[in-house]
Ligand binder design. Structure first.
Ligand SMILES: Nc1ncnc2c1ncn2[C@@H]1O[C@H](COP(=O)(O)OP(=O)(O)OP(=O)(O)O)[C@@H](O)[C@H]1O
Ligand code: NI
Length: 306
């Protein structure tokens, strides 16, 4: 069985006058048949983490750590190896804002067929209609041009493209953005089917309610670090990190209280806990960064957890 094992992954962007600590010491693993949701506020490093796994970072990025996909380290693999063996074949990406990734002048069918030609030899190539059906699209949907697709349908076309090479791991980056409730429900069901089918899903989202319905485990990210990781129901019903609790309390169907203060600037992170300036449980020891410590499959990085 293939697994993805990420160990101490860090990404730094060098700007002319500063260094952005976008992802710091992130470790997790993912196995087929499992969905891990990565949640956290805008700018905390979720998409950068996904880009690092696929070798899509820009030239000013420096990566450290390991991301083992079976025997292959994704962080040191060449672009050639990633494009021949990994992208689309082992890992399918449903990008953030999928409509922007479709070619405007060609139908969804023509784009999916091209992906299938690229990824499969003629004798074992699945039909476009078959792949589209797995993403919840009918054959007639495939004959539309991108401008004719609603947000939900563009999302499905992007999912069909991500599934074209039959990857075992799907990374879906903010797939619920802009979808109404019925489409979110449909997407949740589709993602669960992919997991039931033995695929792994890394779901990147702000949407805690969707994460709860799809994910087996939830990883909460703050300022580039994982600060709480555990079974979905535990993390959302009994969050232990004050930031995770704050995210849950900010939900409209909970206390609806926003977390006070602003997310930190990633070019000037404090040496201790990055959440401490906003935290109502802050204590003296928070000047030293708390390690992510696991107890019964639920890990938290806090000196004074809830
Ligand atoms: N090429 C780059 N150069 C410098 N900084 C960058 C670059 N790409 C991303 N960043 C910074 O890295 C941080 C993490 O960005 P990222 O896109 O991963 O956030 P995110 O968690 O996906 O947010 P969102 O929910 O808004 O998509 C942000 O502060 C962003 O400005
Ligand atoms: Ni993002």
């Amino acid at each position: 069985m293939v697994t993805l094992t990420v160990e101490e992954l860090s990404v730094r962007f060098t700007l002319p006058d500063a260094v952005v600590a976008a992802v710091s010491d992130v470790s997790f693993s993912l196995v087929p048949g499992e969905c891990l949701a990565l949640v956290g506020e805008s700018g905390c490093g979720k998409s950068v983490l996904a880009s690092a796994l696929l070798g899509f970072l820009p030239g000013n990025a420096e990566v450290a750590g390991r991301a083992m996909l079976g025997p292959l380290d994704l962080l040191t693999a060449t672009d050639d190896v990633l494009s021949r063996e990994v992208r689309g074949r082992q890992i399918g990406l449903v990008p953030q804002s999928p409509a922007a990734h479709l070619t405007p002048v060609r139908t969804a069918r023509s784009q999916l067929e091209e992906a299938l030609r690229h990824l499969h030899p003629a004798e074992s190539r699945p039909a476009a209609d078959f792949v589209a059906a797995r993403a919840g699209l009918s054959p007639a949907d495939l004959d539309l041009y991108p401008h004719q697709l609603s947000g939900g349908m563009a999302q499905r076309v992007a999912t069909a493209l991500a599934l074209a090479g039959d990857p075992w791991l799907i990374i879906a980056d903010e797939p619920t953005t802009g979808l109404d409730r019925a489409l979110v429900d449909a997407l949740v069901a589709e993602l669960r089917l992919l997991v039931a089918d033995g695929r792994a899903v890394l779901l990147i989202t702000h949407d805690l309610a969707a994460a709860r319905r799809v994910a087996d485990r939830i990883a909460v990210m703050y300022a580039g670090r994982l600060i709480e990781v555990g079974p979905g129901a535990e993390v959302l019903d009994a969050p232990r990190h004050p930031y995770a609790r704050g995210l849950v309390d900010a939900l409209p169907d909970r206390a609806f209280t926003p977390i006070r203060g602003l997310p930190p600037v990633l070019t000037e992170l404090p040496p201790g806990c990055a959440f401490s300036p906003r935290c109502d449980r802050v204590a003296e020891e928070c000047a030293d960064r708390p390690p992510l410590t696991e107890d019964h499959g639920h890990a938290v990085a806090c000196h004074n957890p809830c």
